[in-house]
Structure formats: structure tokens, C-alpha cells
Design a protein around this ligand. Structure first.
Ligand SMILES: [Zn+2]
Length: 295
């Protein structure tokens, strides 16, 4: 290879990499039951439930383009219109694709979710939710049993966990649960947004609730479908880790000492890379909860 062809090959490769970054992979539609699907890609997982006359969607992807791709995928499954969206929580990668949904679609969310979206909307900026698709039906009870387009749907909020406004979506007839980010498989530990009043104790209560449901397929907020035993293991691991952190806090250890003792990787912050602020890890969340309560 001459130097010129070497350079040309290098530029061609760079061009291919750049276009690969610009064109995200298409979403993948997975079928769970004759009338129930989950859609992977473009942020959080989405659920698609085909009812008698319309479609119920769980979570709406990150952007207007993602929301449109989701609707296009649904149109390939069924000609029925989307009538209802249920949101598992307020994070933008589950909500902001609503910008592409039809006007007047019913949006069901927990009251804490609605408050968080209103706050994000008032703050403005790129991550703000679409103003014309705020939740239109608010859940304030811990359990709500609904019939949507002929489909039995139960909504649960045991406690603030990932955020203050989590909803777990359960289809009792199909034995399927959509957990939202209570379960996010890219991380070994629970992901808790303290800035949205999430709670590690609430996460444990919520995950106990999830494994108590009669279901055999659990669609997480991120990652592949989980079995009940995989979620039980996450629960046991999180309880053990929380108990260990609690002991170390009682011994007066610092956060860095506790992180080292529980075997956490050092925090990624400060490494540059321009990825914006990372979320507090589980150890930090528990540490902050326990040290705050003691004051
Ligand atoms: Zn989230």
C-alpha cells in the first residue's frame, strides 16, 4: 500500500465512522404476546399494547424523530391509532418523543412525574418535555386498575424510587410488567435520581412489589427482557450493598472509603470527555440519604 492509498483508506474509514454516528441504528421491535410488543432503541424501551380499537404505548423515546420512528413501527404492526401513552417516569429519554404523537392523545402519568415535567418545562433548555403533551390523566393512588381499549392494565407506585413519579405498568392477563428505569440493565446497581426525590429504600420497596406480581416477562427501562429471578438477584444484591454502606456510615467512614470498601469503580467525573454531569452512583445516593437523615 502506498502512502497515498493508505491515506485514502484512512479517510474512507473516517467517513464511514462519521456517517455511522449520524445514522443511528433502526429500532428493533420484539413481540412478547400476540398483542404486546416492546421496542428497543432511541432511548428507553417502549411497550406497545394493541387493544380493541386503539394502541396503548408505554414510554415515548428521546426525541421527536424517535417518537416518529416508534409510530412508524407501530403502523407496521397495526392500522389502529395510538390512543393512550403511559409514562413510567419523567426522564427525557422516555418522554420527549411525545412531540411527534398526535394532538389529544391521552397521556397517563404519576402526579410526581407531572410535577417534574412542569419543573423541567419552566427551566427550559434542550431536555425540556414537549409542552403540548404534558400528562392529561394523573395517577395519585398507589394502585390503579384500568381497562384501556379492552386491555386490563394495572398501574403501581409503591414509593418514590428511581424518581418521585415512578409508575410500574402490569398486564395481569398477559403476565407482563413494564418496570421503567426501576430496572436499567446497563448498571449493576439501582439508578436513583436524588434530584427528582428518588430513594434507595423506595427502590427496594418498589422492586419487592415488582417481584410480587404474577408475571413472567419483565421489560426494563433499558436492556433486554428480564426474568423474575434476575430481578430478585438485583434486589438481594442492592439490599446487601445498602446494608454494608449503612454499617460503614455508622462507623464514620468517608464516601471515598466506602466506595473502595464496597468495590465501586472510581467515579468517572473529572475525566473530561464532555459528556456532561454523570448521575450519582448508588453508593453516593445511599451515603447522602443516610448522612442527611442523621443531621
Ligand atoms: Zn430514567
Amino acid at each position: 500500500m502506498t502512502f497515498q492509498t493508505f491515506l485514502a483508506a484512512g479517510f474512507a474509514l473516517m467517513g464511514a465512522l462519521a456517517s455511522a454516528q449520524q445514522t443511528p441504528a433502526p429500532f428493533t421491535v420484539h413481540q412478547l404476546k400476540p398483542n404486546v410488543y416492546w421496542v428497543e432503541g432511541g432511548g428507553g424501551n417502549s411497550g406497545v399494547i394493541v387493544g380493541d380499537k386503539g394502541v396503548i404505548v408505554v414510554d415515548a423515546k428521546t426525541s421527536a424523530a424517535g417518537g416518529k420512528e416508534l409510530l412508524d413501527d407501530i403502523a407496521k404492526i397495526t392500522p389502529k391509532p395510538v390512543t393512550t401513552v403511559i409514562l413510567t417516569h419523567s426522564d427525557g429519554d422516555h418522554v420527549n418523543g411525545l412531540a411527534s404523537f398526535p394532538a389529544g392523545v391521552k397521556v397517563i402519568a404519576h402526579e410526581g412525574n407531572k410535577k417534574e415535567q412542569e419543573k423541567a418545562l419552566a427551566a427550559g433548555g434542550r431536555g425540556a418535555p414537549p409542552a403540548d403533551h404534558l400528562p392529561s390523566e394523573v395517577v395519585s393512588k398507589n394502585r390503579e386498575s384500568l381497562k384501556l381499549d379492552g386491555v386490563k392494565v394495572e398501574l403501581y407506585h409503591w414509593a418514590p424510587a428511581h424518581t418521585s413519579g415512578d409508575l410500574v405498568v402490569y398486564l395481569p392477563n398477559e403476565k407482563i410488567v413494564f418496570t421503567g428505569d426501576i430496572i436499567a440493565t446497563q448498571l449493576p446497581d439501582p439508578l436513583i435520581h436524588l434530584e427528582k426525590n428518588g430513594s434507595s429504600e423506595g427502590w427496594i420497596a418498589t422492586t419487592k412489589g415488582i417481584v410480587g406480581l404474577k408475571a413472567d416477562q419483565f421489560v426494563p427501562g433499558h436492556g433486554d427482557v428480564q426474568t423474575k429471578s434476575a430481578i430478585e438477584k438485583r434486589l438481594t444484591d442492592a439490599e446487601a450493598k445498602r446494608a454494608k454502606i449503612k454499617d460503614l456510615v455508622a462507623q464514620g467512614k468517608s464516601l471515598d472509603e466506602i466506595r473502595a470498601a464496597v468495590g465501586d469503580a472510581p467515579p468517572a467525573q473529572g475525566r473530561g470527555g464532555g459528556r456532561g454531569p454523570g448521575f450519582a452512583g448508588f453508593t453516593q445516593v445511599v451515603y447522602e440519604e443516610l448522612t442527611k437523615k442523621g443531621v
